[in-house]
Design a protein around this ligand. Sequence first.
Ligand code: MN3
Length: 231
Amino acid sequence: MRMDSPATGQSKHLLPALPYAHASLEPHIDERTMRLHHGKHHASYVDNLNSALAEYPELRKRTAVWLLRNPGKIPEKVRTAVCNNAGGHVNHSMFWRAMSPGGGGEPKGALADAIKRDFGSFAQFKARFAEAGSKVFGSGWVWLARVRQEGGKLQVSTTAGHENPLMQGHFPVLVNDVWEHAYYLKHENRRPDYLNAWWAVAHWEEAARRFELTGDSAEQEWEGEGGLVLM
Ligand code: MN3
């Protein structure tokens, strides 16, 4: 999310508002974690991204997704800072929407069919996702994503730091944050407990919507500025 300033013609990345109240994912995700995670962690990625881009007006016009997908066009001096913080911004923006106070249950429609086709069953998908998330070493993310090749097959994958499947041209459908800051206050070191509790807030309607956005026009859409990412 960005804001264009009419006065300067420059853009600034902005922290998106949470789509629900901080306490509304209780008891699965606690209010204090949500306040720190959104208001401090995510906010710092946005601030640091803006700082890293301060001297590069051309790059300030680009979306965070574009920056992630075009690291070669970012000056080496700020490339690491820009990629890390653009990744933190994009991933958290998706993550907030991957959860809902009315979440949980099972996916429906085309996404449910594709999960059954590609994983055997919803239960097998959940087991694969939780296992992958529990095995991320250090800080990272676990994803359900549509692979660009193979007819848009669904795949569970993990990324380190703030990398994102978009960087490989794949399209994220669902994501969970497995950095310690996402769960440590409530679950301490027990990441598998967090991964298990998280299913109660997983937002399958949002995942289904994202899945359906990447239908026949996926190849074309994935080449765009990242409008489908819906920051
Ligand atoms: Mn996080």
